[in-house]
Design a protein around this ligand. Structure first.
Ligand code: UD1
Length: 362
């Protein structure tokens, strides 16, 4: 039964992981009421967003803002400006944003300045580094949201403690919904791994894209060297920026030949690799959670993780950039440990339904 409201909802996203989460959100929202989607275009060539749309069976966005890359200020300002113009044109009753990117902040700010309710999906995550780009974005968006959709009990409790003005709803993590919905589509044979690591040999699956790492080429090089010396082949699909930094290395021959540098993978191939790997090594929040749900041990190469539950339950170990020397030992220990952790700490895969229900109450 769809809501007879002449003002639609507007779902705003712009980066690859957000396109993936939008796939689950859109179907739940559209089952209840008219929902328009807008892709800001923050990510444009990152493994053909078109392929993601296709693989996940999502309709093309209703609006595409072609914002592209730029400095943080320029990119956020362009998103703010263009989403504001779109809101003025389509007159939504609420704007839904996801996560902590510049598209999240720009979209939320455009709505809040027009006094429209903002719904923040993935609210309540916190990092100790309060000037991290994503931390600035998520704190600002939480503060201006009418509904804060928390992915876990811990994030919901934190938002209550912070006395955020909006209403806090514990919904679970929509990334799990996407995984659950697509499990049957994930190929049981893993083309990528079979091509590069024949004979079913063990391999590590790695992803690195965060600015803290790629803005420091020496740190990136040291990280790749350490990961390449683990005695395992490493499959490493590259974010376009990571690829650009590696291309600028003075001597690429220094990279260990156990590293297989790949084009970005589609969602289903990426999940197949995380599932089949002996260990996942990453700086991505999304890949950490996918490993946790798939039962693959994870090592997070960052100073901290916002997904503390994955560490506490024994699925994930954080290794800071200054402790790369510990990496071989941590990985060996991680691979030997039991994989029987509780996989329901971030919801059970019904977050999109809960979020859509919460949106009905605005
Ligand atoms: C953004 C998010 C980050 C999220 C990541 C997911 C912010 C502040 N950061 O980071 O939290 O984890 O998306 O993937 O919003 N580039 C391309 N092609 C593209 C996109 C980017 O070449 O399609 C290159 C450009 O050099 C660009 C750089 O990557 O300047 C950074 O891209 P940007 O979208 O600004 O941030 P991400 O690092 O992708």
């Amino acid at each position: 039964m769809t809501r007879p409201d002449s003002h639609p909802l507007l779902l705003c996203f712009g980066t690859r992981p957000q396109v993936i989460k939008a796939s689950a959100l859109l179907s739940a929202l559209r089952a209840r009421e008219q929902t328009l989607s807008v892709d800001t275009g923050q990510h444009y060539d990152y493994q053909l967003n078109a392929l993601l749309y296709e693989q996940l069976g999502v309709a093309r966005p209703d609006h595409f803002l072609e914002v592209g890359s730029g400095s943080h200020g320029e990119q956020t300002a362009t998103i703010l400006h263009r989403v504001e113009a779109l809101i003025t044109q389509v007159q939504p009753r609420a704007v839904i944003v996801i996560g902590d990117t510049n598209s999240t902040l720009g979209g939320a700010l455009a709505a809040a300045k027009l006094r429209l309710p903002v719904v923040h999906v993935e609210a309540g995550l916190r990092a100790a580094d309060h000037l991290l780009a994503e931390e600035i974005n998520r704190r600002a968006v939480d503060a201006m949201s009418a509904v804060l959709c928390a992915p876990s009990r811990r994030t919901a409790a934190r938002l209550e403690e912070e006395r955020q003005p909006g209403r806090v709803v514990m919904t679970g993590d929509v990334a799990r919904d996407v995984l659950v919905r697509n499990l049957s589509l994930i190929p049981s044979s893993n083309e990528t791994a079979e091509r590069l690591v024949p004979g079913g040999a063990r391999f590590a699956f790695a992803t690195f894209h965060r600015a803290e790492l790629t803005d420091n080429p020496e740190r990136l090089q040291a990280t790749l060297t350490a990961v390449g010396q683990l005695g395992l082949p490493v499959l490493l699909p590259l974010h376009p920026r990571t690829r650009k930094v590696i291309a600028g290395f003075a001597d690429r021959t220094l990279l260990p030949d156990t590293l297989h540098l790949l084009e970005p993978l589609g969602y289903l191939q990426s999940i197949a690799c995380a599932r089949d790997a002996a260990v996942v090594i990453t700086d991505s929040g999304g890949v950490q959670r996918e490993a946790y749900w798939l039962g693959t041990p994870c090592v997070t190469l960052r100073a901290e993780t916002e997904w503390e539950e994955t560490v506490e339950c024994g699925a994930n170990t954080v290794v800071g950039p200054d402790a790369l020397g510990r990496l071989p030992e941590v990985i060996t220990t991680r691979m030997a440990q039991s994989r029987g952790w509780d996989r329901d700490l971030l919801g059970r895969g019904d977050a999109a339904e809960r979020i859509a229900d919460a949106v009905q109450t605005i």
